[in-house]
Ligand binder design. Structure first.
Ligand SMILES: Cc1cc2nc3c(=O)[nH]c(=O)nc-3n(C[C@H](O)[C@H](O)[C@H](O)COP(=O)(O)O)c2cc1C
Length: 174
């Protein structure tokens, strides 16, 4: 199956900037897996549910399906090298960054993330060349100010320093 002429989803979504996450999981043999993901979105507040779309054939996806546990590492604004590393396909990506295994989730990238959500797999659904993963959040670890790394227009960007004050009140948004 191929896309209709002129339909390029990457180009379409380049105009829809997002934050950047690294989705991680431990393979059945205990080895770490992880990939950069911008397909993250929230689905439900109760039960707290996130969605990520992972490509078919991904070792990270295989680990999520094998263990039914994953973590979503939300990258902070200085973590562009981590986003590039985990989007590169490099086989040795976990040798080049600090990480820690935690029970009930995937590897934590605590130096690159501002916040980490541990999740358990609820359900998944194949759509074309990707698998939609729905995961329930079981624990949130806040590490530092949530000033995020951004991605849009096929470029990385950052939240302006001046806007940090906005985060001080973000807990009050309901
Ligand atoms: C900014 C950015 C966002 C990405 N978002 C996704 C995504 O949401 N889903 C996906 O399957 N791949 C995404 N990718 C591509 C994967 O990160 C890349 O293919 C990675 O090497 C896959 O790792 P794996 O081979 O261990 O599965 C993204 C890459 C970048 C650079």
């Amino acid at each position: 199956m191929s896309a209709p002429a002129g339909v390029d989803v990457r180009r379409l979504m380049a105009g829809f900037p997002t934050g950047v996450s690294v989705v991680t999981a431990l393979a059945a043999d205990g080895s770490p897996r992880g990939m950069t993901c911008t397909s993250l979105c929230s689905v439900a507040l109760d039960p707290p549910t996130l969605l990520v779309c992972l490509r078919h054939g991904s070792p990270t996806l295989d680990a999520v399906l094998d263990t039914a546990a994953l973590s979503v590492n939300l990258l902070h604004r200085s973590a562009r090298p981590t986003a590039e590393l985990f989007g590169s396909g490099a086989a040795d990506r976990f040798d080049r960054i600090a990480w820690a295994a935690v029970p009930g989730g995937g590897p934590h990238l605590s130096q690159a993330a501002h916040t980490i959500a541990d999740c358990r797999l609820r359900t998944c659904h194949t759509v074309g060349d990707h698998v939609v993963v729905l995961a329930e959040v079981t624990r949130i670890t806040s590490l530092r100010s949530p000033a995020p790394l951004l991605y849009g227009m096929r470029r990385y960007g950052t939240w302006a320093e001046d806007d940090d004050a906005a985060f001080l009140s973000y807990d009050f948004i309901s």
